[in-house]
Design a protein around this ligand. Sequence first.
Ligand SMILES: O=P(O)(O)OC[C@H]1O[C@](O)(COP(=O)(O)O)[C@@H](O)[C@@H]1O
Ligand SMILES: [Mg+2]
Ligand SMILES: [Mg+2]
Length: 330
Amino acid sequence: MLTLDEFTIQQLKRFPNATGELSGLLRDIGLAAKRVNVEVNKAGLADILGDTGGMNVQGEEVKKLDVYANTHFTEVLQRGISCAGVGSEEMDDYIAFEDDVSRQSKYVCLIDPLDGSSNIDVNISIGTIFGVYRRVSERGTAATQADFLQKGRSQIAAGYIIYGSSTMLVYATRRGVNGFTLDPSIGEFCLSHPDIQCPAQGMIYSVNHGNFFSYGEGVRRYIDQCQQKAPRDGGPYTQRYSGSMVADMHRNLLKGGIFLYPGTTGKPNGKLRLLYECNPFAFILEVAGGVATDGHQPILDIQPSTLHQRTPFFAGSREMMAELHAWMHN
Ligand SMILES: O=P(O)(O)OC[C@H]1O[C@](O)(COP(=O)(O)O)[C@@H](O)[C@@H]1O
Ligand SMILES: [Mg+2]
Ligand SMILES: [Mg+2]
């Protein structure tokens, strides 16, 4: 099986103008993922469970593993030669790397270092999410806010790592979505899921039912019909919700399904962050033939205004998304 490095180099050979910087950045992300994976796997043994006692810019308790993952991804990207700066869930503002080599890099990265934080201490799958953009600011200078506040459709690549029963790295460029499973015996991510396509129809819906009565009427009607759908119409759908966006999106990407994190009466923009949670998954899904919206427009067409802004998020199989929009708007 091809390793991640071998695969990215093969891609490089197919495109003579490619510089290898994106391959370098993906290799760096793979390295940080391996380091985080080691801590995740022995989380119960190491002093890595629990809270730091601090809050992040979003007013959420920060877990020790959130900090560990943020440090490792940021440091590896800073030590590399392919990234000019990082914007992260765990940092108030973006960081522009100051060294000359990083300033020459043409990419910046947005990252959710540890996704599914509420599941860390209870051994349920968690993940990391990332999006890669070509800079709009001049190379040789420090990265700017404009580099990070680009529409999701401008992503060059996006991906995630899932730390689950196995550890996988899945990434997309416009040419396709490919999945790599970490083989502990050689310490390499190996191509296990080539050319992932999201089935147009699925049988799974993922939503936090606990918030049901604070969702909008259209969303409530859609959820009701998911449960009442007759077998002759392919129903009823099965509800699956892990509390980790990475795990729920990964399952639905492979098997077909729909994931909803709607706005609520108390939080009209929902919970999920546009730049480092929704944009990367919307990019991956669209390349794999799926759809992702905020209920009205494609997620990838939203013009960001702040680093940590939230958006309602609906994503999944094409036909299920069409059905959702029909229930939401008719
Ligand atoms: O508990 P809720 O409200 O259903 O929220 C669960 C969602 O929150 C998240 O945990 C937010 O991500 P972080 O853990 O990175 O903050 C998502 O992974 C998940 O889908
Ligand atoms: Mg998250
Ligand atoms: Mg997180």
